[in-house]
Ligand binder design. Sequence first.
Ligand code: NG1
Ligand code: MG
Length: 558
Amino acid sequence: MTTLPAADAPIPIFTTLQDLYGSVTTALKHAERWDELAREFEIKFGHKPTYIARAPGRVNSHTTGEHIDYAHFGVFPAAIEHDILIACAPQSMSTTITHTSTNQPGSVVAENLHTRYTRQVFTPTRRHTVGDDVLQGAVRVAPWHLDIDKSELRWESYVKAGYYGVLNHFFTPSSASPVPVPVEILVTGNVPAGSGLSSSAAMVVSSTLAFLAINGIFDGEDAPTKGELVNIAMENEKRVGVNSGGMDQSASVIALPGSALYVSFAPSLHAEPIVLPRNAVLVCANSLVISNKAENARHQYNLRVVETLGAARVLSNYLNLEVDSTDGKTTKRHLVTLREVLARKGNFYRDEQDAQQEDLTQLRKGLEDMLKGKVLDYLLPRIEGRTGVTLDEMIYMSGMDKTEFMEVYLSWVDVETTHFELYLRAKHVFEEALRVLQFREVCSAGGESKLQTLGKLMNDSHESCDKQFDCSHSKVNDLVQVARSFSEMETGRGKGKVYGSRVTGAGWGGCIVCLVHREDVDAFIVHVKKRYAPYEGMSEEDLANWVFATEPGMGACG
Ligand code: NG1
Ligand code: MG
């Protein structure tokens, strides 16, 4: 078993398209996009780009790992070949002439090849009075400021989010770096937006890389490692208003071709490539319901973050766990995760803090004990017939006073609800975390004959996402049914071999991922295209964007 030192490996410098995309055929398919980007850059800005940064989307390759990254449980994603490319160069004289406001330190002229997204020009400002920038309870000083509109999701917000991190990590008052250079960038991408394939993380990661490269940081002494880039990209994504975990950014940065990644977040970020069985192919199909992070999905997502953190706080109170720190006079409350509650309850938290990596045997036993026992019942309301609790009930169960609870748990996030499903959400998280370990074990043992087992784990994950985490959608469920019905079809080699299907990504729309036997992939794709009602009347060319097989691809590079 090889262990990838996620936190230490350098970000690779792109060599050939074949290294990036795996096979010659796939590389050729993408070569035209790279050429077009460079050509268009020259047309728009009058000179060639200096760098092209690339970051892929991700699919949650396996069974599960949905909505558990922000509870700090390990996940099992893979990068897909679909990616975001950003060509960039320092601003030229011609830009200064056409845009008088530019050519100031760090100013940006951003264009997108997609005609829907218009040209944006913006300049970061230095804060004269150093302001506090609150990130999930952790206070961080931000000397640079960029306006990021969180009320609607604009394409340039992701570019800005990536840039913000670069500015505030590498152009600090104490750093030796000079001011950032004025930049021109051109963006193109083929990761479908709002589809659970993590287009947002791909945008943020590629933007972070582009600004690192153009400022000479990417190949300079201060170059961040892959692990550092993941951490910066995670913080950056929060600036768009989604308090996401680190799964997408890890996959987008660290992924290696041909394998999925087991990524763990405790005690620190760690990634290990795991090869999927040779005959297991993942097919994505898009429900065509946009999972709109600016509207419903963002509120739902942030609410799930609060529900899982709230559940962890309530459990730590019930179990009397020492999760806060004190100087003898005042107590400092921390945002405890469900992963930490499990480790403290199972008495392996302290060992973990000294270890490089988590102990999977201990973790598995902890999860099994938690799910067997009665502890989770404490999250239920005392009133028969309800599963969720009110805000006041949650606060009472947390053992904290109201002002303190509101400050620590709700001041940094927008959630609009009076009702919190602590029990169902926590149960999903623990079960899902266990499924990830089971899936990982089967793959590590060379799971060729175990495709059924893997498929069952995926199906169970979907049920739990739908019923307990409430993050599916009726159309997504229809598409899952269409996919599963392939197993009733005669293919000439027996019944269709689809083993499992489930929603992938945040949910509330977006894509499903299906585990299909390699020899049945083409027939399966035809089956889904023909039977999912919203695809009716679409051209083959359009359908190819909505239903496709993916091979695990390579992570970000510059
Ligand atoms: P998508 O839907 O791909 O954006 C989101 C989160 C992940 C993870 C999944 C659910 C972001 C950037 N990413 O993924 O961290 O929590 O949902 O498993 O919001
Ligand atoms: Mg996303």
